[in-house]
Design a protein around this ligand. Structure first.
Ligand SMILES: Cc1cc2nc3c(=O)[nH]c(=O)nc-3n(C[C@H](O)[C@H](O)[C@H](O)COP(=O)(O)O)c2cc1C
Length: 224
């Protein structure tokens, strides 16, 4: 199989990591590689903050205190449109059901609480990443950032690393911005867990499904 194809198919959102550090030089290399992602007008609108070591331990502890105290912040943006329609609604539910089944969580609310807490611990990953955009940018630059993220995840996969992109962090924009010394003029798009996958973690033991090609693509003049 072609190496890029292999990395695309191998990448999966990973929700349990080994207690094994990722060298800082490798984190830097991955981010540098990801910066070769395309962006409209070559604006390269992304901004990234990487956290590890004691800084990550302290931050995760701070988050635990806030969560236990029932604190909340205004979400940075709505991650999903309200009243999600078919077939998107079923896809989202199915992905959630797979996750809760892997956790063995019944009812689903228990699974949601467990997963929420693990999100805010970066699922035990040794590196946490945060991604920002200048608040003035538009839809095209959000797409650019998406390409940066996928490039980063594929480069990580290539090095035997695993990732989980996490829009969950956009629920904590003030706390994250304070950590990253970033002003209100930067939108927090998401976070990302980065590390070595724990293959024994049940949450890493299933794959999400994809709709068949014919359901999303049409063709004209494309002969086999
Ligand atoms: C922008 C973005 C945000 C996401 N946010 C979260 C998140 O906050 N927590 C989480 O566990 N997974 C999150 N995911 C992972 C998705 O649930 C996952 O990509 C999807 O179910 C497909 O599974 P796969 O990544 O294993 O192929 C996010 C993915 C993307 C692309």
């Amino acid at each position: 199989m072609k190496p890029v194809t292999q990395a695309i198919l191998q990448r999966q959102s990973t929700r349990g990591f080994l207690d094994k550090p990722v060298p800082g030089a490798l984190v830097r290399e991955l981010l540098e590689v990801a910066s070769h992602a395309p962006s409209g007008g070559n604006l390269q609108p992304w901004r990234v903050h990487a956290v590890g070591g004691q800084a990550l331990t302290d931050f995760v502890a701070l988050m635990a205190v806030k969560l236990n105290a029932g604190e909340q912040e205004s979400a940075e943006y709505p991650v999903y449109p309200g009243g999600l329609w078919e077939p998107l609604r079923t896809r989202r539910r199915r992905a959630g059901d797979q996750r809760y089944a892997a956790l063995g969580a019944t009812p689903a609310q228990d699974g949601m609480a467990v997963l929420s807490a693990r999100n805010y611990r970066f699922f035990g990953a040794p590196v946490g990443l945060f991604f920002f955009l200048d608040r003035r940018v538009g839809a095209s630059q959000w797409a650019d950032l998406g390409m940066f993220l996928q490039s980063l995840m594929l480069a990580a996969t290539d090095h035997g690393l695993a990732t989980c992109p996490q829009a969950a962090w956009s629920n904590w924009p003030q706390t994250v911005r304070t950590l990253c010394h970033v002003g209100d003029d930067w939108v927090l798009f998401a976070g990302m867990s980065l590390g070595y996958a724990d293959r024994g973690e049940p949450l890493n033991g299933y794959r999400t499904e994809r709709a068949p090609l014919e359901s999303f693509a049409t063709f004209a003049g494309i002969d086999d």
